[in-house]
Design a protein around this ligand. Structure first.
Ligand code: NAD
Ligand code: IPM
Ligand code: MN
Length: 352
């Protein structure tokens, strides 16, 4: 299997190096090597060449079995043009309409909520990933004056809403789950989110075994903090999904713990930690690599290599239990040492 690896910017470089170590070890231990091919696309590359990604960049990515991304975003590129092209562009061009963001607390000591344990934080967010406000349709008129008008449109299509909602229900059914919650802002956004309401009710009616609830996004944000145990599957739009999965990251111990997959089922998909490039931490051996490493497990899971995905998750859990962690979650190790500890735990069952 061939994997394109775009480490990107800031701590994207640091955490990707550790995910690569883990994936390399997996290939050796399980005897099915992964060809990990680094692509240099990043802020540095853009600033040096003026190119965010080559004209055939998306076609190049389609040739791989999967794409792994660290993070993109650099203060030297204030309009984030390269991140738009490389990350959002790939989501759009490869039509990666499912942003799959599991929120699983692996060690109760990491939960910031009083008295909550691993059973209380265990749900999946499906974020629509190809439309919403992210399409960047709009414009500015009289920019830079006091008469400036800025228009940013939100796109909701039947096709886009239907396919993400269907994916959420199908996932619930396939995993023996019985609760789906859709979050929108249909009380204020009475056009676009009426479409979400309609489609949600239609699809829910096809799944009588699943309890389909609805919460406005503001209430959902509150309940994620107050009572996260009520959720099994959450489905929402692109922007709301972005925001609630940062809350989800915090519930798991911090952004450094959160993993994601950008999927088009059956086609080349992209895997990345939920966090960004965290410039203050970059290159300092401080970033938590677990979100990136868990994203590589999601990648193997999606590629059908379930035993290896499970082995990575078990190794991460074991490292957590042993306190082999970075400082953001209370440990004393650096990024590289956490990667090494996880690799050791992957190799150990075979060596013994
Ligand atoms: P961020 O996720 O990079 O960091 C926010 C804070 O969370 C950090 O300052 C740090 O305290 C903590 N944090 C994040 N990841 C961590 C890790 N692995 N280990 C330890 N602590 C961690 O968000 P930001 O500061 O808002 O954004 C920085 C840049 O990253 C921006 O350019 C933004 O656009 C970009 N970004 C990219 C992605 C992506 O590539 N998928 C995601 C989010 C943000
Ligand atoms: C994420 C990020 C991106 C998003 C940014 C970098 C555009 O925050 O993947 O969560 O908003 O989708
Ligand atoms: Mn985000």
């Amino acid at each position: 299997m061939r994997i394109a690896v775009i480490a990107g910017d800031g701590i994207g470089q640091d955490v990707t190096a550790e995910a690569v170590k883990v994936l390399t070890a997996m290939g050796e231990v399980y005897g099915e090597p992964l060809e990990l091919e680094p692509l240099p696309w990043s802020a540095d590359h853009y600033l040096q060449t003026g190119v965010t990604l080559p004209p055939d960049g998306y076609d190049m990515l389609r040739q791989y079995d999967a794409v792994f991304v660290g993070a993109l975003g650099d203060p030297r590129v204030p309009d984030n043009r390269h991140a738009r092209d490389i990350l959002l562009g790939t989501r759009f061009e490869l039509d990666l309409y499912v942003n799959y963001r599991p929120v699983r607390l692996l060690d109760e000591r990491l939960c910031p909520l009083k008295g909550r344990g691993t059973a209380d934080v265990n749900f999946v967010v499906f974020r629509e990933n190809t439309e919403g406000v992210y399409v960047s349709i709009g414009g500015r008129f009289k920019a830079g004056t006091e008469d400036e008008v800025a228009i940013q449109e939100e796109i909701n299509t039947w096709k886009g809403v239907n396919r993400i909602i269907r994916h959420a229900f199908a996932y619930a059914k396939a995993h023996g789950l019985t609760k789906v919650c859709m979050a929108d802002k249909s009380n204020a956004m009475q056009q676009g989110h009426a479409l979400w309401q309609r489609v949600y009710k239609e699809v829910a009616a096809e799944y009588p075994g699943i309890t389909a609830t609805h919460q406005y996004i503001d209430a959902l944000a509150m309940f994620l903090v107050k009572d996260p145990g009520q959720y099994e599957v959450i489905v929402t739009n692109n922007l709301f999904g972005d925001i609630v999965t940062d809350i989800g990251g915090a519930l798991q111990g911090g952004l450094g713990m959160a993993a994601s997959g950008n999927l088009h089922p059956g086609k080349t998909s992209l895997f990345e930690p939920v966090h960004g490039s965290a410039p203050p931490l970059a290159g300092r051996n401080l970033a938590n690599p677990m979100g990136a490493i868990l994203s590589s497990a999601l990648m193997l899971e999606t590629l059908g290599r379930l035993d290896e995905a499970r082995a990575i998750e078990d190794a991460v859990k074991a490292a957590l239990m042993a306190g082999e962690t970075t400082t953001d979650i209370g440990g004393t190790l650096g990024t590289r040492e956490v990667g090494d500890a996880i690799v050791r735990r992957i190799r150990r069952p075979v060596e013994e």
